[in-house]
Design a protein around this ligand. Structure first.
Ligand SMILES: C[S@@+](CC[C@H](N)C(=O)[O-])C[C@H]1O[C@@H](n2cnc3c(N)ncnc32)[C@H](O)[C@@H]1O
Ligand SMILES: [Zn+2]
Ligand SMILES: [Zn+2]
Ligand SMILES: [Zn+2]
Length: 765
């Protein structure tokens, strides 16, 4: 195991900068600026973001939004504190004991967990109680045996209470106990003219043939499910002989009534909570599994509708304690729910879901062991995203898309209800389908196993190999030993944090990206339930909502603009800068499609007296992410590395659009070597990173921290646009660097901005 260069080795992290503090050229440029390997990290981060759970199973403890790659933060930490070449260091165990690292915006805990795993003491802040809870669940150890037994007991109880509501008669063998994977529901509305109910189908395709033996299409006239070979020649319904079609009557907020041909608004202006009609079921039959080809689809029969009616009856008969009747407050994201007629959080769940989830909560609440009960409560909270009537069915992958597959509350016309219990294959015992209790418990168990025995996934001769990193662990105390490390998690605004001066060796973070994600608005969906399970035991969970006036996100409903964001970031960066040891790094990821959203970052850093020593590109999102796909958005974040004192290479301090263009091209070439197909949007974000870094460099000698926010923002905005900004740089980039999926091999690395510069090539600050 590699020990850190730190006090117990006779030197300190500050020795990265040797020599006097200012004005001489004896100090070496070291740390992230010279040791970070863009291509190596790009390759890792890109692979991680494709299936993040395989690389960082700990994230499965609970959903959090916009998690950056764990591999990126491990690489940053090791570039700063490691010993050898990053690509070798990365796969070696480390013990950075004695170093203290903070994250003022911990969210799902990615930077903090990476630092903790490397042996650092950590201190984290988040204003959102859900984030605080989730990181605690990630870090706190658990007796996995006791957890698994308790989760099984809950499952058994749940099965006897509601299991029958998820059974159906198999249409192949006729047995009554096939297990339902998904129920598909279509929104139903009353015609304003003739008063009859109509189905607001946007289309009739239920399933494509990629994962099934045929395409499945619902007949618009009789509702039968027809299996068809070709989507080009659908033919007739085998049941009623009507012509099958793919296109439904609902389009762009309007739907034609099939009875009187009136065009109705969808949703209706005064519709109340949306109603749904069950029109298809995908199920699993253990008996037929071996002989039947493909999946099992059926149109619900009378027994299926009767079962749902039974759930409705039972749900009426009891008063829920856990299913939240809290009103949904208005907001940038929640307004859409209100527009659709949802008023309370529990309106997002159908009767069977309310019944099942309520009984599940009651079971969990009776678990005597606090640690195990908290873990199970976390599981319920995370499962909610699959167990609500906003989930959609992926007609290609044939699985449920959870509510948070986008960062919002998109309301569809066809919704997917998943089996609450989950389905285990009769022979292999592996999970069939997604989103049920058995799925969530299995993911959580794997997450906590990974905390005890973390690993990295490497590639050897083109094949992925799991490499255990022996000796590393995630937690406050090592499993089975007396080893301890400090973990301080604070639920509160980091604008009010107070850390002792010069007490931190680094700050690694991922601040909100202005208005990209409305954390509190979205997380209230889970919080409303989890709060009831926690039942007043945690002061952080006493409020009815996770919303907080101090949340640093741009929000139109709450009139929180760039100045508010700048003021907040400034306060946080100032507090972190004074808590950092001299020359220690504050590094964070950021990206935005608008250059204006970078100005608050620059203002905050300038106020804090920090200088940006490098702006490094790294993949942060996945190209295929549902919220990214098909947009001009970038998957590339800039890692801003900042210090109060240090040195920067002269070659990175360019002054013209041509100079920035050459830095951008060099970065794109490095990304390309890491396997990233760079796009126009990516190039723009890389350029923004440099423009902001340079604006900070140019503005800092005359920066007036006391000027009004508007003035400070304007000053930075002007500095960022010097020389014409991105439009001028764009003109200087070869066209093949700007097209989607450009041929990365065409890019040449023609300048080296970072690396070990000769003394004359570096500038101290
Ligand atoms: C981008 S997320 C962090 C994501 C995280 N690094 C991860 O990997 O999951 C930003 C976080 O900042 C938090 N936040 C916003 N305003 C804050 C404030 N004033 N103080 C502390 N945290 C805040 C949000 O709740 C959110 O969790
Ligand atoms: Zn069967
Ligand atoms: Zn009508
Ligand atoms: Zn038909």
């Amino acid at each position: 195991m590699t020990a850190r260069r730190g006090p117990q080795n006779g030197s300190s992290a500050l020795d990265l900068f040797e020599g006097p503090r200012l004005g001489t050229s004896v100090r070496r440029l070291s740390g992230i600026e010279s040791r970070f390997d863009v291509a190596f990290v790009a390759d890792l981060a890109l692979r991680e973001k494709q299936v993040q759970q395989n690389y960082r199973p700990v994230i499965a403890v609970h959903k959090w939004f916009a998690r950056r790659p764990g591999t990126l933060f491990r690489a940053l930490l090791l570039s700063e504190f490691g010993e050898g070449a990053l690509a070798e260091d990365f796969y070696r165990p480390h013990s950075l004991a004695g170093l203290r690292v903070a994250d003022p915006f911990m969210g799902g805990g990615t930077p903090l967990v990476e630092a903790n795993r490397l042996g650092c003491d950590v201190v984290g802040f988040d204003i959102n109680p859900m984030a605080w809870w989730i990181v605690r669940q990630e870090i706190e150890s658990i007796d996995l045996h006791a957890y698994t037994e308790a989760a099984e007991r809950v499952l058994t109880a749940l099965d006897s209470a509601v299991g029958a509501l998820y059974r159906t008669r198999c249409e192949v063998c006729g047995r009554p106990d096939a297990k339902i994977k998904y129920f598909l529901w279509v929104k139903v509305q009353r015609c304003t003219k003739c008063g009859s109910d109509f189905d607001a189908f946007p289309g009739y395709l239920v399933a494509e043939d990629s994962r099934h033996t045929a395409n499945v299409v619902c007949c618009a006239r009789c509702g039968a499910l027809a299996e068809v070979r070709s989507l080009e020649a659908l033919g007739e319904c085998p049941c009623c002989s009507a012509h099958l079609g793919l296109e439904g009557p609902a389009k762009r907020g309007k739907c034609l009534c099939p009875r009187c041909a009136t065009v109705n608004q969808v949703p209706a202006a005064s519709g109340g909570v949306p109603r749904h009609r069950m029109f298809a079921i995908e199920y699993h039959c253990d008996h037929c599994r071996g002989t039947h080809q493909g999946r099992f689809f059926k149109r619900p029969d009378a027994e299926d509708t009767a079962r749902y009616a039974e759930a409705e009856q039972r749900a009426i008969g009891f008063s829920p304690h856990f299913a939240p009747d809290d009103p949904i407050p208005p907001g940038d994201e929640t307004n859409r729910l209100l527009r659709w007629g949802y008023r309370e959080w529990r309106h997002l769940f159908n009767a069977r879901q309310v019944l099942g989830l309520e009984l599940l909560c009651r079971q969990v609440a009776t678990v005597p062991d606090d640690r195990v009960r908290d873990a199970l409560a976390t599981n319920v909270s995370d499962m909610l995203r699959y167990q609500n009537m906003l989930c959609r069915y992926d007609t290609w992958a044939l699985k449920s898309l959870d509510i948070f597959s986008v960062h919002g509350f998109p309301v569809g016309l066809v919704q997917c209800e998943s089996n609450l219990l989950g389905i285990r294959h009769a022979v292999t015992r592996t999970n069939v389908g997604s989103g049920g209790w058995t799925n969530i418990v299995e993911k959580f168990r794997r997450a906590k196993e990974y905390c005890e025995r973390p690993f990295e996934v490497g590639v050897e001769r083109g094949r992925k190999v799991v490499r255990p990193i022996l000796g590393e662990w995630i937690g406050g105390s090592a499993p089975g030993t007396a080893q301890k490390r400090s973990v301080q998690l604070h639920c509160g605004s980091s604008t009010e944090s107070s850390l002792p001066p010069a007490s931190l060796d680094a700050v690694f973070t991922d601040p909100p990206y202005f208005a990209n994600v409305q954390y509190a608005e979205l997380m209230d969906f889970c919080y409303a339930w989890l709060r009831r399970l926690i039942d007043g035991r945690e002061p952080a969970f006493c409020a009815t909502s996770t919303r907080n006036a101090g949340e640093l996100t741009g929000n139109a409903t709450l009139s929180r603009g760039l100045d508010n964001f700048a003021a907040g970031l400034s306060s946080v960066f100032c507090r972190m800068a004074q808590a950092l040891k001299e020359g220690a790094p504050l590094a964070f990821t950021y990206h935005h499609n608008s250059i204006d959203a970078y100005a608050p970052i620059a203002v905050g850093l300038l106020d804090a007296g920090l200088t940006c020593t490098a702006s490094l590109p790294a993949p942060g999102e996945m190209g295929g992410s549902i919220h990214i796909h098909g947009t001009e958005s970038s998957i590339i974040d800039t890692v801003f590395v900042c210090r109060t004192t240090g040195r920067v290479p002269r070659s990175a301090l360019v002054e013209t659009p041509a100079g920035v263009a050459s830095l951008v091209l060099a970065d794109l070439a490095r990304l390309a070597r890491g396997g990233v197909s760079v796009t126009r949007g990516d190039a723009r974000c890389v350029a923004y990173g440099h423009l902001v870094r340079l604006a900070i460099w140019r503005t800092r000698p005359t920066w007036d921290k006391t000027a009004p926010w508007e003035q400070k923002l304007e000053r930075v905005q002007q500095a960022v646009c010097i020389g014409g900004g991105w439009p001028e740089i764009e003109k200087l980039l070869p066209p093949d660097a700007l097209t989607r999926r450009c041929d990365a091999t065409g890019l040449r690395e023609d300048s080296t901005a970072y690396g070990e510069p000769k003394d004359a090539d570096a500038v101290d600050f």
